[in-house]
Ligand binder design. Structure first.
Ligand code: GLY
Length: 400
């Protein structure tokens, strides 16, 4: 018998699970299809909710969306914690951005002037004031700025809570991969899966089985498959090449038993022209990241990246060398040509995109879920989403 649902969400990272949870809460019958290979970008993230310290020249529309996202994140996380009884590790201390040498300081001052010109708050601190906030910083740190509007969350706790909430809300999951969106008469009618048939490999399911042809019948599909979104057949041509993998390597360090936390704020540092961030967790973990590499879908952790991240971290926080190196990992951010997400209708009836979140997937997950549910229920999403429609790429390509 064919499996049916109102909505299939292709991808079970934080974007897919947040959408599924909220869509189920709106009364929709949802199946999430995800291979559960454990390689979602959200598992490798640092969990920075950093609209201010991640804002760059020329990304004003993205900044407006990210500011909406951080305002929305608190109530969304509170609802998630209430629904699951789990603590997602939200921290509101802000980001301390510091500079290592005079060139780094000049670059940070320029970027901060730009951020202030957009109305963002930044408190300038000299070296001593930085160390008053974070006593383990190296005395060589030139000075910096406190961006009080940035938060962080424990990305793995958050992802786990979303999964639990989604399942409790009645969302079914299929452990497989969507290979194709089936379209009939200009409208979605289902998806094909990689597992060949109901008993085929990779079709293990929680509360749902695959149909005899390895597919699911549905009138709506949400593409939330991160960097792999473009590999799904059936998308309009221009959307297939829009998302690319951008490799990020990061480290998870742990305080040895009995050692007090070495940071209370997220610290971002410019060290000899390179960015490094250090994100503390309440449970004694500290994340150090991240590289940004255009190497296709490669997840190799390289000795050079581990060396460079540790060298830069130790330049500004020498005590880093006392911490245990608990994990090294590499993830693939879903990058787009303008660094903005791709969320909304595609021109094919019932086909929605929710991908391309690049460096801000955790931050944007709550507002993406809100926007997706708005699209799914015939409401208008927040105005901040307008610049991020998939149609911007289709227009450029001469398609509609
Ligand atoms: N948002 C941090 C990163 O992408 O590395």
């Amino acid at each position: 018998m064919a499996v049916t649902a109102d909505i299939v969400v292709a991808g079970g990272g934080v974007i897919g699970t947040a959408i599924a949870w909220r869509a189920a809460g709106a009364g929709l019958d949802v199946i999430v299809v995800d291979p559960e290979s454990g390689d979602a970008a959200s598992q490798v993230a640092a969990g920075m909710l950093a609209p201010v310290s991640e804002s760059l020249f020329g990304e004003d529309a993205l900044l407006a969306l990210n500011l909406l996202a951080v305002r929305r994140f608190g109530p969304f996380a509170a609802e998630l914690e209430a629904a699951t009884g789990r603590d997602v590790g939200l921290r509101r201390e802000g980001t301390l951005a510091v500079a290592y040498d005079p060139g780094d300081h000049a670059a940070l001052v320029r970027l901060t002037a730009f951020r202030r010109s957009l109305g963002l708050d930044a408190e300038e601190l000299d070296s001593r004031e930085c160390r008053r906030l974070e006593p383990f910083l190296a005395p060589d740190v030139r000075g910096g700025f406190l961006f009080a509007g940035d938060w962080s969350v424990d990305n793995r706790r958050y992802a786990g809570a979303l999964r639990q909430a989604m399942q409790a809300a009645g969302v079914r999951t299929v452990h497989d991969r969507v290979t194709e969106v089936r379209i009939h008469g200009g409208k979605v009618c289902g998806v094909r899966l990689a597992g060949a048939g109901a008993d085929g490999p990779g079709v293990g399911a929680d509360g749902a089985a695959s149909s005899a042809d390895g597919g699911i019948d549905c009138a709506t599909v949400v593409i939330a498959a991160g960097y792999a979104s473009g590999q799904i057949a059936g998308l309009p041509g221009p959307l297939r090449g829009v998302v690319r993998p951008v490799k990020g390597q990061l480290l998870r360090l742990r305080h040895p038993t009995g050692m007090p936390p070495v940071l209370s704020h997220t610290v971002r540092a410019v060290v000899r022209g390179t960015d490094v961030y250090l994100v503390p967790r309440a449970d004694g973990e500290m994340i150090v990241g991240a590289t940004s590499e255009e190497r296709g879908p490669d997840r190799t952790v390289t000795a050079g990246a581990v060396h460079d991240l540790l060298r830069d971290a130790m330049s500004v926080l020498p005590v880093t060398s006392e911490l245990a190196l608990a994990e090294t990992c590499a993830g693939l951010r879903p990058g787009t040509p303008d660094n903005g997400p791709v969320v909304g209708a595609t021109g094919i009836g019932g086909l929605l995109m929710a991908t391309g979140h690049y460096r801000n997937g955790i931050l944007l997950s709550a507002v993406t879920a809100d926007a997706a549910v708005a699209f799914l229920t015939g409401q208008r999403p927040a105005l901040e989403w307008e610049p991020f429609s998939p149609r911007r790429f289709m227009v450029q390509a001469g398609s509609t």
